[in-house]
Design a protein around this ligand. Structure first.
Ligand SMILES: Cc1ncc(COP(=O)(O)O)c(C=O)c1O
Length: 392
């Protein structure tokens, strides 16, 4: 039995999405900007997807700019807004310390070009304090960027409160909602943001497709210059198959959101309770009452997370150590570090993230294999430690 519990890294596409991508690739090959029949057919599919996505986030279709995914959307949001505001003298950017690399490294790149940047810390529960954001904002702040849900621990941030503070000081508000769209209700107006990034492959859509929701009237430099696609905001021939798949994923998410949140939440809680009960020396990271329903991040005392990840993989269970982009390296999680955890605690944590195809049997399988693997690894470490002591 193979178990995939790494939905925050990416999700398997739903069969309806695969069908839509295949159909669009085969039948809707026209250039969506062409005036003839083929172009108009492609454009109609594109427009349907735009409407479906706008409905999912409660925005207007005209406010959606399709991109190649979350990374591009974050880059576009930050660079597009920052550069548009540069002539006003606002050259300061604020973000939380637990943002995804797509945000953090974009800030770093702008800092190398003379922008001032401030990272706002989080508390031990992994929540950004609006008061700390207020302290960080200055008269020259162009943009505040705080993620809606964290990818490693799942914590949901007080975006509406932070957006109100940003606006009081004349700054724009961007949220990276890559890990919340499709998991919890996302309403751009209720959040009060100006920009919101999302990615299709995180909610059972295809990879390489995403969007930035841009509130009407927001001044932005284009993501890409060239043709007039996406109302001059992102040039390039439209990727109809990917966007058609994104649209279907958005429709399915909107339809299933409430039921799935309850179902997946119950599975996550069963997994979490099972682990805490069956494996001694564990702790759950992040505010348990303010998380997306599919994610749990667990610390295992006296365990090196990478070793446990590999041991689980050999048992057919796929999980992750925090952010997928930094796994494969032994870098401690910047999120757990920002939460103030000591070094051993930033390197002994695994993320289990569930989703559309997760089942109770899978949860029970993981709870069944985990205690033995942890015990084995702890014994190995103990024996290795004893040998080192004996040698010295
Ligand atoms: C919070 C967050 N932002 C951005 C991204 C990047 O999205 P994409 O893989 O679509 O570029 C990810 C993906 O891991 C993410 O979790």
């Amino acid at each position: 039995m193979r178990v995939y519990f790494d939905y925050n890294a990416t999700t398997p596409p739903s069969p309806e999405v695969v069908e839509a991508v295949v159909r669009a690739t085969r039948d809707l090959f026209g250039n969506a900007s062409s005036v003839h029949h083929y172009g108009q057919q492609a454009k109609a599919a594109f427009d349907d997807a735009r409407s479906a996505l706008a409905a999912l986030v409660h925005g207007d279709p005209g406010e959606i700019v399709f991109t190649s995914g979350g990374t591009e959307s974050d880059n576009f949001a930050i660079r597009g807004a920052a550069e548009a505001l540069e002539p006003t003298g606002r050259r300061h950017l604020v973000a939380s310390a637990i943002e995804h690399e797509a945000v953090l490294n974009t800030l770093k790149a702008l800092a190398r070009r003379g922008w001032r940047t401030t990272l706002v810390p989080v508390d031990q529960s992994g929540i950004v304090s609006p008061d700390r954001v207020r302290e960080a904002i200055g008269d020259d702040t162009a943009l505040v960027s705080v993620m809606h849900a964290n990818n490693e621990i799942g914590t949901i941030q007080p975006i509406a409160e932070i957006a109100a503070i940003a606006h009081q000081r004349g700054a724009l508000m961007h949220t990276d909602a890559v890990q919340s769209v499709g998991k919890i209700p996302v309403d751009v107006r209720a959040l009060g943001v100006d920009l919101l990034a999302l990615s299709a492959h995180k909610f059972n859509g295809p990879k390489g497709a995403g969007a930035l929701w841009v509130k009407r009237g927001t001044r932005m430099l284009p993501a890409l210059t060239g043709g007039k696609q996406e109302r001059n905001r992102r040039a390039g021939t439209e990727n109809v198959p990917a966007v058609a798949g994104l649209g279907v994923a958005a429709s399915l998410a909107a339809k299933k959101l409430d039921g799935e949140a309850v179902r997946v939440g119950a599975l996550r809680d069963r997994l979490e309770d099972g682990i805490v009960r069956q494996v001694p020396g564990t702790a759950i990271n992040g505010a348990r009452d303010r998380r997306v329903p599919n994610t749990t991040n667990v610390s295992f005392d006296r365990i090196e997370a990478e070793s446990l990840l590999i041991a689980l993989d050999l048992e057919g269970v796929a999980v992750s150590t925090g952010s997928a982009c930094s796994s494969g390296t032994l870098e401690p999680s910047h999120v757990l570090k920002a939460m103030g955890f000591p070094p051993h605690r930033t390197q002994n944590s695994l993320r289990f993230s569930l989703g559309m195809f997760s089942t109770e049997e899978e949860v029970d399988r993981v709870v069944a294999v985990l205690p033995g693997l942890v015990e084995k690894l702890r014994n190995l470490t103990k024996r290795a430690g004893a040998q080192v002591v004996a040698k010295s």
